[in-house]
Design a binder for this molecule. Sequence first.
Ligand SMILES: [Zn+2]
Length: 248
Amino acid sequence: MSGVAEGNSENQKRWKTLGKEVAVKIVSSDEKVAHGLVYIQEWTHPQRVKRSIQWGLIFLGIALFCVFIPILHFVLVPLFLLVAPVAAYSTYTREKVVLGGTGHCPKCLEVLPIEKSSVDWPIRDLCTRCQTAVQIFPADKAILNREYLLNRNQKGNRMNWSVFFATFTTIFIAELGDKTQFAAFAASAQSKSTVSVWLGTVVALAFAGTLGVLAGSFIGKYISPEKMKILSGGAFIVMGIWILFKKN
Ligand SMILES: [Zn+2]
């Protein structure tokens, strides 16, 4: 037990130097209330730019290092080249984080450690002792209101992993066996410099994709979300049917 407590106080020291202390209310599903403290670290715009460049460079470095690993480099290099911009972007958009904290379970009154999480009130947690699900709110209602408004305004442009994976899967499947891949295949068969062909293909696809995304967000400004939904949904269905039947 003492080991846990010591570990916590050590964490708390680290959190205190990095973040600011925010009092929280811990509310159980049956409306019982307990109190706690969390530490929130915030990054200014220049700090976010610096951090995002750092993370991008770290993953580019790893990608570069992977060039020297035989065979596996075919998977690892493109993987880390993909991870680099994603990591840079998600670091850039992350303005603050709950480093962690402690409180009490409103039901069994046991100490409730609050894990590291994004600042998205209410934070959901589970008491490990009595399995009560709790919601954590800032004790100061003004903070809650301000963050709620900020979140509502910013949510549209945040990294959304389910959207990322849905798009990745759709585009990946659409590109499999597509004319682009055959063009890359042909170029690769004709040239001895596989790396050059691969890099040329990846960069060309990245630019084509960027154009597509920019055009989509531009059109999105002039067409209502409902119409856009029908339009893009229809495009996906047409593309799916086309993929199914084009091989026959
Ligand atoms: Zn409990």
